[in-house]
Design a protein around this ligand. Structure first.
Ligand SMILES: NC(=O)c1ccc[n+]([C@@H]2O[C@H](COP(=O)([O-])OP(=O)(O)OC[C@H]3O[C@@H](n4cnc5c(N)ncnc54)[C@H](O)[C@@H]3O)[C@@H](O)[C@H]2O)c1
Ligand SMILES: [Zn+2]
Ligand SMILES: [Zn+2]
Length: 345
């Protein structure tokens, strides 16, 4: 089968690989029909994710058809149309029993990381009963693929952890696919102000199209001042950090109102200063989270009912055989204006 393989730091290739086989009774083999590329895949290629070693097939998102199942799989059969969660969950361990699937002692984020992923014609899914979701009849595959990772990430790590409330004031710092997914799902709670912050005008325009009430370019020397003015000098009730660099977490610390919540979503590779000298008396909370995909049933209900349209995040489409071109487009977002890039098999 054809697979996108991380071959060496900075390098990838489309290679012929053996088709995966059932290795445990709880496994399923899924024939992929759609997959997509995540910013995390780019981090892996840069060598930022040491758990993922060269030789690995990348990808932790997508949709497919069950090809075969192990003897202990009860919920799925050959031919079932399924959504792959980016998080593998055994449903039994200490953390899974608390719905903290990202910390599953027998899974977690392993796909396209410590085991081969979804950017291939076939993928082996461990603990298939609790790591796959049935696609409802007539489901749109491209929309479904947005639920593998970015929608639950924006919702769980950003919106729910950030306690977005009706009438509240929310800033989303970083309008990449994850920040925009937070923007879409924040609207479930009808905040009064939904302010997008980014350096990239194109992404700010995308944020305005997707429901932001204001956009602020953080390159502008008056960015902080305009944001404070917009909020009557109080700052924001929820600051969602969706970039993962010190500057953006720092901005969140500057704009948070008394009683507010900073919800960190970004993956940080460098240390960040915590300004307790300014924040100790402000009654704020800071949250961190690795996406659990615990909201998948809720998101599937909303998608099925037509209450969300995550397909609006897709800007480019490629055949899987052109995956290298798709990576080029995705990694040069500033010039290509790419958000999510869909790969079709
Ligand atoms: N916590 C989790 O479980 C989880 C899951 C998935 C992704 N992530 C992380 O979420 C973050 C966002 O992911 P993404 O795919 O949207 O990334 P992305 O790189 O596509 O988007 C980041 C955005 O931040 C903007 N940006 C960069 N520096 C900025 C600055 N100084 N001020 C304002 N904006 C700035 C960029 O222009 C870009 O639009 C990443 O760190 C990713 O690794 C976390
Ligand atoms: Zn991802
Ligand atoms: Zn578990």
């Amino acid at each position: 089968m054809l697979a996108l393989v991380y071959t060496a730091p900075g390098e990838k290739a489309l290679l012929e690989r053996p088709k995966p086989q059932i290795a445990a009774a709880t496994d399923a083999i899924v024939k992929m029909t759609r997959t997509t590329i995540c910013g995390t895949d780019l981090h892996i290629l840069k060598g930022d994710v040491p758990s993922c070693q060269p030789g690995r097939i990348l990808g932790h998102e997508g949709v497919g058809i069950v090809e075969s199942v192990g003897a202990a799989v009860g919920r799925f059969r050959t031919g079932d149309h399924v959504l792959v969660s980016c998080v593998t969950s055994c449903a039994r361990c200490h953390y899974c029993r608390q719905q903290m699937f990202s910390h599953c002692e027998n899974g977690g984020w392993i796909l396209g990381n410590t085991i081969d992923g979804t950017q291939a014609e076939f993928v082996r899914i461990p603990h298939a009963d609790s790591s796959l979701y049935p696609a409802y009849d007539g489901a749109d595959e491209e929309s479904l693929a947005m639920l593998s990772d970015i929608l639950p990430t924006g919702l769980e790590c950003g919106v729910l952890n950030g306690k977005v409330q009706p009438g509240g004031i929310v800033a989303i710092v970083g309008a990449g696919p994850v920040g925009l997914a937070a923007l879409l799902t924040a609207q479930f709670f009808t905040p009064a102000l939904l302010i997008a912050v980014d350096l990239d005008e194109n992404r700010l325009n995308a944020a305005m199209r997707l429901g932001a009430t204001a956009a602020i370019n953080s390159n502008d020397s008056h960015a902080l001042e305009s944001l404070m003015k917009m909020t009557g000098g109080r700052g924001v009730d929820t600051a969602i950090e969706a970039v993962g660099v010190p500057a953006t977490f720092d901005l969140c610390q500057k704009i948070i109102a008394p009683g507010g919540t900073i919800a960190n979503v970004g993956v940080h590779g460098k240390k960040v200063d915590l300004h307790l000298e300014n924040l100790w008396d402000r009654n704020i909370s800071i949250t961190t989270r690795l996406v659990d995909t615990a909201t998948m049933p809720m998101l599937l209900n909303l998608l099925r009912a037509g209450r969300i349209d995550p397909k609006r995040l897709i800007t480019h489409r490629y055949a899987f055989a052109d995956a290298l071109a798709a990576y080029d487009t995705f990694s040069q977002a500033a010039s290509t204006h790419a958000l999510k890039v869909m790969l079709e098999f």
